[in-house]
Ligand binder design. Structure first.
Ligand code: FDA
Length: 568
C-alpha cells in the first residue's frame, strides 16, 4: 500500500523523526519537500532553480500569505485556523503545469487546483490533509476571433476579463456565463456555468468548441487528443476530478445593441406572496429573451419583520416590449417603463454587478483583481420541478422570517434549457422549473454566530424538502455544498461519491465515474467532492493504468503515510 512513498524518505529517518518533537522537525521537513519539488520542477522544465523558485511559494516565503489570500473569495476560510498549503505553485506556462503535476504525483500531498477561488466551500484552497495549491491566476489570456465569433479563454481569466475582451472587439457579441465578474473560468466553466442569458442560450458549457487540459501523465491534450468522453466530462462534470483545465475555446452569442434591465421590489404587505407564487408560472415559461431572477429576503420595516421579494431582470430587447409583455403575463409585478433602463449588453453586465451607474462606469473595472472584499458566507442549492402552492409560499416566508437572516434566489429555467438533452453535458437538471440558491453572508467573526448562520442554511434546506426535486434531490455543482456529502477516498470512496455525485449529476454520474476510472485510475486528481473511481472489483472493461490501488482501498494507511510525509 505504501509503495508510492517518495524515495527521499528513508525508513531510518522516519524512526528518527518519531523520536523528535514536532516543532524541531516541521521546518526542515517543509524545506526538504520544497527543495525536492523545486529540483524536480527545474529538471522537468529545463529552467534554473533560481528562476523556477519565483513561482513556487513555501510557507517561509514572504509572499506566501498574499499569494494564498489573493484568491480566497469566502472569508469563512481566511482565518489563521484555516489549514494552509505546504506549497503554492503559480505557473506561467503550460509546461509549468505539466511539470507541477508530474513532480507532485510521487508525493502524497493532495493537489488542489485553483483558478478564481470562488468555490463556495473553499475546496480549491483548503484540505484537512497535507496539500499543495496549483494556482492558475497567471494564465489569463483571452483571445477573441470576431470573424469566427469564438474565443479561447484561459482558466485563470475572470469572467469580467472575458466580457471586457469581447466588448473591446464587438458590441453585438456576448457570452452566456455567470453574473459575478471575479469568478474564474477554470472552476465556473468546468462546472457547467450559467448566467442571465441561460433561458435564451442555455448553460456556459453548451458553448464549448474545444478545450485544453493537462492530464495525470502531464500531457497537454486538446479535444481531439483527449477524446469525446473526456471532453464531455470537463463540460460540466467539474474541475479537479480529471486533470488541470488550461482553457476552453467557446462560441460567442449574438446580443442586441440595446438590452433592458430592471429591479422591482415588493414587500409582503404589498402582495409579495401572490407575486412570487405567480412568478413560478411565468419566469420559466415566458419569452426566452427574458430572465427574471427572484430574490427573497427577510427584512425589517417599521420594526416589523417581513419578506422582501425582488425581481432582477435582463431582457434582450427594448423596454417598451418587456413592459408590455409583463403587463399581460405578470401584472402582479406592476412593472413600469420608469423601472427599466436600456443599455448595451456589456453595460448590463456592470449593472448586474451592482454598479449603480452602469452606463457611466469605466469598463476597465472588470480588469480589477484587487478586490479583497469577500465576507464569510454559505450557499446551498435545490431544484423545483412543480410550482410551490400559494400556502407553501406563505409557510416559506414565515419560516424565513423566523430564521431571520438567510435568503433565497430563484433562477428560472425553461426556454433553451429545456430543449437540450439531460445527457448532452454532465449537468442533468435541464427540465426543472427553477433553481434555488440558499444564500447567507455575515460580517461578524464570532464562531457562535457563524454556527447559527450555517445552521439557518441547513434548517431552511430541510424545510424545503417537500417542495423540491426528489430521488435524487438535485444540487448544482458550482454551488458547492459539502453538507451533502464528502469523500475520504478510502475503501468507501465510490459509495461516498455516489451520495453527492447523484445529486449533482443524476444518471450522468455513472458515465463520469467510468471516464474518471479510465483517465485517472490512481485518483491523483481528487478533492472532497470529486468523481470517485470504480471499485477495483467493478473495473472490468475499464483500462487499468497501473496505479489503481494507490487510493482505492488504501484508506487509513495511505492517509497516515501522507500525514507523516507532510511533517517529514
Ligand atoms: P475555484 O478556483 O475555487 O475552483 C472551483 C472548483 O473548480 C474547485 O474544485 C477547483 O479545484 C476546480 N478548478 C478550478 N480551476 C480548475 C482548473 N483550471 N482545472 C481543473 N479544476 C479546476 N456560478 C454560476 O454558474 N453562475 C453565477 O452567476 C455565479 N455567480 C457567483 C458569484 C460569486 C460571488 C461566487 C463566489 C460564485 C458564483 N458562482 C456562480 C459559482 C461559481 O461558478 C463556482 O464557484 C466556480 O466553481 C468558481 O470557479 P473559480 O475558478 O472561481 O473557483
Amino acid at each position: 500500500m505504501l509503495t508510492t512513498r517518495p524515495t527521499f524518505v528513508s525508513v531510518g529517518f522516519f524512526f528518527l523523526f518519531l523520536s523528535l518533537p514536532l516543532s524541531t522537525l516541521s521546518q526542515p521537513s517543509m524545506s526538504s519537500v520544497y527543495d525536492s519539488f523545486l529540483k524536480c520542477l527545474s529538471e522537468k522544465t529545463k529552467t534554473p532553480q533560481s528562476q523556477i523558485a519565483k513561482i513556487v511559494f513555501s510557507q517561509s516565503n514572504p509572499s506566501y500569505t498574499s499569494v494564498l489570500r489573493a484568491y480566497i473569495r469566502n472569508a469563512r476560510f481566511n482565518k489563521s485556523s484555516t489549514p494552509k498549503p505546504t506549497i503554492i505553485i503559480t505557473p506561467l506556462s503550460e509546461s509549468h503545469v505539466s511539470a507541477a503535476v508530474l513532480c507532485s504525483k510521487p508525493l502524497d500531498f493532495v493537489f488542489k487546483i485553483r483558478s478564481g477561488g470562488h468555490d463556495y466551500d473553499g475546496l480549491s484552497y483548503i484540505s484537512d490533509k497535507p496539500f499543495f495549491i496549483l494556482d492558475l491566476s497567471n494564465l489569463r489570456d483571452v483571445s477573441v476571433d470576431i470573424a469566427e465569433q469564438t474565443a479561447w479563454i484561459s482558466a485563470g481569466a475572470t469572467l469580467g476579463e472575458v466580457y471586457y475582451h469581447i466588448w473591446e472587439k464587438s458590441k453585438v457579441l456576448g457570452f452566456p456565463a455567470g453574473v459575478c465578474p471575479t469568478v474564474g473560468v477554470g472552476g465556473h466553466l468546468s462546472g457547467a456555468g450559467y448566467g442571465n442569458m441561460l433561458r435564451k442560450f442555455g448553460l456556459t458549457a453548451d458553448h464549448f468548441i474545444d478545450a485544453k487540459m493537462v492530464d495525470v501523465n502531464g500531457a497537454v491534450l486538446d479535444r481531439k487528443a483527449m477524446g469525446e468522453d473526456l471532453f464531455w466530462a470537463i463540460s460540466g462534470g467539474g474541475g479537479g476530478s480529471f486533470g488541470v483545465v488550461l482553457g476552453y475555446k467557446v462560441k460567442l452569442v449574438p446580443v442586441p445593441a440595446t438590452v433592458t434591465v430592471f429591479r422591482v421590489e415588493q414587500l409582503m404587505a404589498a402582495g409579495a406572496v401572490d407575486m412570487v407564487h405567480k412568478w413560478q408560472f411565468v419566469g420559466p415559461k415566458t419569452d426566452k429573451n427574458l430572465f427574471m431572477r427572484m430574490l427573497i429576503q427577510p427584512v425589517t420595516r417599521n420594526k416589523v419583520k417581513t419578506i422582501r421579494a425582488t425581481v432582477v431582470a435582463l431582457y434582450l430587447g427594448k423596454a417598451d416590449d418587456v413592459v408590455s409583455l409583463l403587463s399581460k403575463e405578470l401584472p402582479e409585478l406592476a412593472l413600469k417603463k420608469e423601472n427599466c433602463t436600456e443599455m448595451t449588453w456589456f453595460q448590463s453586465a456592470l449593472w448586474w454587478d451592482n454598479r449603480v451607474n452602469a452606463t457611466q462606469t469605466d469598463p476597465k473595472v472588470f480588469l480589477d483583481r484587487n478586490l479583497d472584499s469577500s465576507s464569510p458566507g454559505k450557499r446551498k442549492s435545490d431544484y423545483v420541478e412543480t410550482e410551490i402552492p400559494r400556502s407553501g409560499i406563505v409557510s416559506l416566508f414565515n419560516k424565513m422570517i423566523e430564521l431571520g437572516k438567510i435568503g433565497l434566489v430563484f433562477n428560472p429555467y425553461g426556454g433553451r434549457m429545456a430543449e437540450i438533452a439531460e445527457d448532452a453535458t454532465p449537468f442533468p437538471h435541464r427540465n426543472m422549473l427553477f433553481k434555488i440558491q440558499y444564500s447567507v453572508n455575515w460580517k461578524e467573526s464570532s464562531p457562535e454566530l457563524e454556527k447559527g448562520y450555517l445552521n439557518q442554511a441547513k434548517v431552511l434546506h430541510s424545510f424545503m424538502t417537500g417542495f423540491v426535486s426528489k430521488n435524487p434531490r438535485g444540487a448544482y455543482l458550482n454551488y458547492r455544498d459539502v453538507d451533502i456529502g464528502v469523500n475520504d477516498h478510502g475503501e468507501d470512496s465510490y459509495k461516498e461519491g455516489e451520495v453527492y455525485g447523484r445529486m449533482y449529476f443524476g444518471k450522468n454520474f455513472d458515465r463520469l465515474v467510468k471516464i474518471k476510472t479510465a483517465v485517472d485510475p490512481g485518483n491523483f486528481f481528487r478533492n472532497e467532492q470529486s468523481i470517485p473511481t470504480l471499485p477495483i472489483a467493478k473495473r472490468t472493461g475499464v483500462p487499468e493504468q497501473g496505479t489503481a490501488k494507490r487510493w482505492s482501498g488504501a484508506g487509513g494507511a495511505t492517509v497516515v503515510a501522507s500525514v507523516l510525509l507532510h511533517v517529514i
